[in-house]
Design a protein around this ligand. Sequence first.
Ligand SMILES: Cc1cc2nc3c(=O)[nH]c(=O)nc-3n(C[C@H](O)[C@H](O)[C@H](O)COP(=O)(O)OP(=O)(O)OC[C@H]3O[C@@H](n4cnc5c(N)ncnc54)[C@H](O)[C@@H]3O)c2cc1C
Length: 178
Amino acid sequence: MRIHWLHRVTQLEYRSDHWSLQFADRPAVKHQTVVLASGHALTDFPQTAPLPVYPVAGQVSHVPSTPGLDALQTVLCYDGYLTPVSPQFATHCIGASYHRGETTTAYRAEDQQENRTRLIHSLPDTGWPEQVDVSAGEARMGVRCATRDHLPMAGSVPDYLATLSQYEDLPAQRLQGL
Ligand SMILES: Cc1cc2nc3c(=O)[nH]c(=O)nc-3n(C[C@H](O)[C@H](O)[C@H](O)COP(=O)(O)OP(=O)(O)OC[C@H]3O[C@@H](n4cnc5c(N)ncnc54)[C@H](O)[C@@H]3O)c2cc1C
């Protein structure tokens, strides 16, 4: 397999026996099969636009470890999550904020606080979550591709218009089959 990094596909076109992929910055290529793994940009193409997925922007906070926090041996999952210390960076991850329908990846100070507050509220009878310090503003922002039931989605891209027309008179088709 050959990997070509950093080339954005701008158009997908089916031409009798192959797919033609257009790019903004290089000549088009032909392929028999195309696998789309483009995250929340999945619906950028006319063929995939009707798929029921939506973007969810979010922020993970990176917080410095402390002599108490570094004892954590496993990921804590609550209304969010807190990871054990990263030996490489001496930080923990807490996350993550969830902005349904948004694609912005700008840093948000309020999301840092929200991530911290969620941890504190989830463990009201312990004092140590208060040690979690988000003030350095270290974070990673990204955009998820979500489905309404939060399950993963994989499979062939449907011909949406053909599906609509085939299913349009489904009750009548079922009656004919009886
Ligand atoms: C804040 C946050 C917290 C998260 N927390 C967790 C967690 O705790 N646990 C967990 O399991 N998951 C978590 N996730 C989700 C996880 O990051 C995603 O499920 C995972 O990254 C999806 O990988 P992917 O390869 O499908 O898509 P992505 O990582 O979104 O990659 C898609 C790629 O496609 C490229 N692309 C898009 N359009 C085009 C195009 N037209 N042409 C060429 N390339 C294109 C993009 O540049 C990108 O590189 C989190 C996500 C976020 C944002």
